[in-house]
Design a protein around this ligand. Structure first.
Ligand code: PEP
Length: 254
C-alpha cells in the first residue's frame, strides 16, 4: 500500500514574512492528513522553515541541490547542507532547471546520487514537452530521463526516492493532463522500473505535477498509479494546498 504524498514546490516566490504566514496556515490546515505533506520553499527560507515545522508532520524539501559534495562551486548548495538544516526531500530535474539552466539527464542523475548520499529523498521530475507529446515521443522521453538515473544509481536507489511525472505543457499553464494521460505515463514509469525490479516498482511513489489544483486533485489521485501530486502555483495558497492534501487523503490507495 503506497501512502499518498503531496509536495509543494514554491519556486522563487515569497518573502520571509510570507513564508512564515504560509507555514502557519499549513500547520493549521494540512498537518492532520493521512497523506505525507512536503513543502519546498526557496533555499534562503529553508532554515527558518525547518524551525517552524519542527515536531510537525509536514516535512521539508529543497528545490534543487548541487551534484558536487563540497568545494569551490560559487552559489551552489550541497546535499550535506540541506541535510544539516533539516531537509528530508529535494526536487531534482525539474523541467525549469532542465530548460532554463541546461541541466541534462546525466547532471540530474548526479544530483539524485548526491541527494541520496546524504539520505535526502530525491523527487525526480520527468516529463515531455508539448512537441514531444505531439510527436508521439512521450514514453521515449520519460524512459530516457528515468534510465539516466537507473543506469547511474541502480534500481535499488529507487527504493528511497519519489518520481514526479510533470508534462512540461501542463506546468503553470492551467492545462492539466487528463486522468487517462496521467495514468498511462505513471503506469509506464512503474513498468519501466519493474523491468529492473518489480518489488521496488510496486512501492515507488509516482506523483503527478502540472496545474494540479483542489478541483482536479481527487480524480487524478484516484488513478491506480498516481500516488499524489507535486504542486506549483496552488501550493502558494494554504487553503488550496490543504484541499489538495485532503483530496489525496480521500482517494483510494493501491
Ligand atoms: C511544478 O512546477 O512543479 C508544477 C507542478 O507547477 P504548477 O502546479 O504550477 O503547474
Amino acid at each position: 500500500m503506497r501512502r499518498k504524498i503531496v509536495a509543494g514546490n514554491w519556486k522563487m516566490h515569497g518573502t520571509r514574512a510570507g513564508t512564515a504566514a504560509l507555514l502557519e496556515a499549513l500547520l493549521a490546515t494540512a498537518s492532520d492528513s493521512d497523506s505525507l505533506c512536503v513543502v519546498c520553499p526557496p533555499f534562503v527560507y529553508l532554515h527558518e522553515a525547518a524551525r517552524f515545522l519542527e515536531g510537525s508532520t509536514i516535512l521539508l524539501g529543497a528545490q534543487d541541490v548541487c551534484a558536487e559534495a563540497q568545494g569551490a562551486y560559487t552559489g551552489e548548495i550541497a546535499a550535506s547542507m540541506l541535510k544539516d538544516i533539516g531537509c528530508r526531500y529535494v526536487i531534482v530535474g525539474h523541467s525549469e532547471r532542465r530548460a532554463l539552466y541546461g541541466e541534462d539527464d546525466l547532471l540530474v542523475a548526479r544530483k539524485f546520487a548526491a541527494a541520496q548520499s546524504h539520505s535526502l529523498i530525491p523527487i525526480l521530475c520527468v516529463g515531455e514537452q508539448l512537441s514531444e507529446r505531439e510527436g508521439g515521443q512521450t514514453h521515449a522521453v520519460v524512459a530516457r530521463q528515468l534510465d539516466a538515473v537507473l543506469d547511474l544509481c541502480g534500481v535499488h536507489a529507487l527504493a528511497s526516492a519519489v518520481v514526479a511525472y510533470e508534462p512540461v505543457w501542463a506546468i503553470g499553464t492551467g492545462r492539466t493532463a487528463s486522468t487517462a494521460q496521467a495514468q498511462d505515463v505513471h503506469a509506464f514509469i512503474r513498468a519501466r522500473v519493474a523491468g529492473r525490479d518489480a518489488s521496488i516498482a510496486a512501492e515507488l511513489p509516482v506523483l503527478y505535477g502540472g496545474s494540479c489544483k483542489a478541483s482536479n486533485a481527487a480524480e487524478l489521485c484516484a488513478m491506480p498509479d498516481v500516488d499524489g501530486g507535486l504542486i506549483g502555483g496552488a501550493s502558494l495558497k494554504a487553503e488550496e494546498f490543504a484541499a489538495i492534501v485532503h483530496a489525496a487523503d480521500q482517494s483510494k490507495s493501491q
